[in-house]
Design a binder for this molecule. Structure first.
Ligand SMILES: C[S@@+](CC[C@H](N)C(=O)[O-])C[C@H]1O[C@@H](n2cnc3c(N)ncnc32)[C@H](O)[C@@H]1O
Length: 233
């Protein structure tokens, strides 16, 4: 019998912010699939979930390098999906770990794009970075009839237009373009309306409301802009 493929969200830092369903499955699968950006980097998702993983489970590290060559990226994803298919064919149940939620900016969905429809898939949601951050600082993401936009920051993001057009914005992947983001926040008069959290739920967590005090922004950082203000009630 073929194995089943699970995508499991493990949250972004605090190991207690994981579903009971995820914990149950992690104890019972044969293989834990761990995505990594570089071969030597290890896995943040594994660090979060390690206490729930059976010590006999096999680990399969799959590299998904952050490169600009789109064709090469597709080839790597296709090859990684093939490796997973072969193990599923051999009857192995596999859990692909993903930080936060598997359906929110996750490599997991690239695997789903290439996995044959004959394979059974189950996705277990996790708490996203921005949901964790909102709770961490006791500030609502949205209330009443406000809107919320989620943006993965890139060189193409029209920052002023986005800030002017939305009540609340979650900016993810901000480390590379932080200077540009900070300038747009200041120019639109929103310096008092932001919270930036790095490494939420981890030992080295940092929470900032004053952008001028920030020099370097780690990769695991998210900024929430609320035009109605970020003070909690
Ligand atoms: C590839 S995306 C993963 C998103 C994730 N699947 C989620 O549900 O939030 C990586 C981005 O998620 C955000 N992120 C992940 N972990 C975080 C953390 N512990 N603290 C703050 N932001 C985090 C950052 O914006 C980071 O650049």
């Amino acid at each position: 019998m073929r194995g089943k493929f699970y995508g499991i969200g493990v949250g972004v830092g605090d190991p207690e912010l994981i579903t009971m369903k995820a914990v149950k499955l992690l104890k019972n699968v044969d293989i834990i699939v761990l995505p990594e950006a570089k071969k030597t980097e290890g896995s943040t998702a594994f660090d979060i979930a390690k206490d729930y993983i059976d010590e006999n489970a096999q680990k399969l590290f799959l590299e998904f390098p952050m490169i600009s060559d789109e064709e090469k990226k597709k080839e790597i994803r296709r090859n990684n999906a093939k490796k997973i298919e072969q193990l599923l064919e051999n009857g192995k149940n596999m859990a692909f770990l993903t930080i936060g939620d598997p359906m929110t900016y996750s490599t997991y969905t690239y695997i789903l794009d290439y996995l044959g429809s004959e394979f059974e898939v189950e996705t277990v949601p996790g708490i996203t970075s921005f949901n964790s951050i909102a709770s961490r600082v006791n500030v609502p993401l949205v209330i009443g009839d406000e809107d919320l936009k989620i943006i993965s920051l890139s060189s193409a993001t029209k920052l002023k237009k986005e800030i002017e057009g939305n009540d609340n914005i979650v900016f993810m992947k901000i480390s590379r373009y932080f200077d540009k983001l900070r300038a747009a926040i200041k120019e639109t008069g929103n310096s008092e309306n932001v919270i930036l959290v790095s490494n939420c739920g981890k030992e080295d967590e940092e929470i900032h409301t004053n952008l001028d005090e920030i020099e370097k922004v780690p990769y695991f950082s998210t900024l929430i802009l609320k035009k109605g203000g970020v003070k909690h009630g």
